[in-house]
Ligand binder design. Structure first.
Ligand code: ZN
Length: 322
């Protein structure tokens, strides 16, 4: 394991110093104790809210399903368009820079950063996914440049001002308190460090296309003599999210104390095509991968990004803040 010095760790409860003792850490201020689980340090705050507990349970129980999902759709042109463009924002950092990823899931985006020569701390609330990420990074020879720590975004167990970059992609809508999480990101970033944030969905979707699509799907399934699935494949936060508009994100950055930020649209038609193929899988059990169509849609999307009013209503947002 990449040696995370106790110098950079802090207690998630009180930000006190953590003393290393045999195979655990003890807070020198509040006496909280933190143990390792299969080589992964568990620095989760001992008292979490109900949404976070439900996300922990969902992503731990379903980690194998998400591995299958990734393998099935990893070559999706939309997926690459959304993720790769955000990862490219870190290219200005020097090799060896220290990056924190929040909500790393299976560690696929982190793998891209490791290949680029950065040191990485991967974090997530779900042990099942983090374990998969650790296995994946170590089997690819990155055991010495990557550490895996269980923790939640609202209580980052790190010293202030130590990261050159923070990455958070497809995670913000899983958090019950996004503003608190962004304050934590600002706190642990070095001055001038880069925060790359990929958010989903935009706020217009839960008000329009999601309910209309759900109704349409219900009718189609009824005509086919089938029932809607109970939705067990998506997490509670996915079901409850209201999404993020441009203004929501700007308010979050401002409230968290960032000096500057830039928001970029991430997908229109390519994202919609990808979304429909996921829905077909979830409710009809069929795997469809319209990658040629998605590729064409990505090209259309890149053109649409330049159009005045339309660029305010993308499917997702990519943001870079400092
Ligand atoms: Zn403490």
């Amino acid at each position: 394991m990449f040696p995370v010095s106790s110098e950079i760790l802090r207690c998630p409860c009180c930000r006190g110093w953590l003393d290393s003792e045999a195979d655990r850490y003890i807070c020198s201020d509040c006496d909280s104790k933190f143990e390792f689980k299969d080589g992964i340090l568990d620095l989760l705050h001992p008292q979490l809210d109900s949404i976070t507990y439900s996300e922990i349970q969902h992503y731990t129980e379903k980690s194998e399903y998400y591995v299958w999902m990734y393998e099935t759709w990893k070559d999706s042109p939309f997926y690459r368009h959304y993720h790769t463009r955000l990862l490219e924002e870190f290219n200005s950092l020097k090799k060896g820079a220290l990056i924190l990823e929040i909500g790393c899931g299976l560690g696929k985006d982190g793998f891209h950063l490791l290949k680029s020569g950065y040191q990485l701390i991967e974090t997530d609330v779900a042990f099942g996914e983090l374990k998969e990420a650790k296995k994946f990074h170590e089997s690819n020879g990155f055991g010495d440049s990557c550490a895996h720590i269980l923790c939640d975004a609202m209580h980052l167990p790190f010293k202030s001002g130590i990261f050159d970059g923070v990455l958070m992609i497809a995670t913000l809508h899983h958090l019950p308190f996004p503003r608190e999480a962004l304050k934590e990101v600002r706190r642990v970033l070095k001055k001038g460090g880069i925060f790359g944030l990929g958010t989903e969905p935009n706020n217009w979707q839960p008000k329009t296309i999601f309910p209309v699509g759900k109704l349409g799907l219900k009718l189609i399934l009824r005509l086919m003599g089938r029932k809607m699935s109970s939705g067990e494949k998506v997490s509670e936060a996915d079901k409850q999210t209201k999404g993020f508009s441009r203004r929501d994100l700007e308010n979050l950055f401002r409230g968290a104390g960032f000096d500057s930020w830039e928001l970029k649209p991430a997908g229109f038609f390519s994202a919609a095509t990808h979304f429909v193929s996921q829905i077909i899988h979830e409710h009809l059990g069929k795997v469809v991968r319209p990658f040629r169509l998605e590729k064409l849609a990505v090209q259309v999307d890149v053109f649409l990004e330049r159009l005045g009013l339309l660029k305010r209503f993308p499917w997702h947002w990519n943001a870079v803040a400092r």
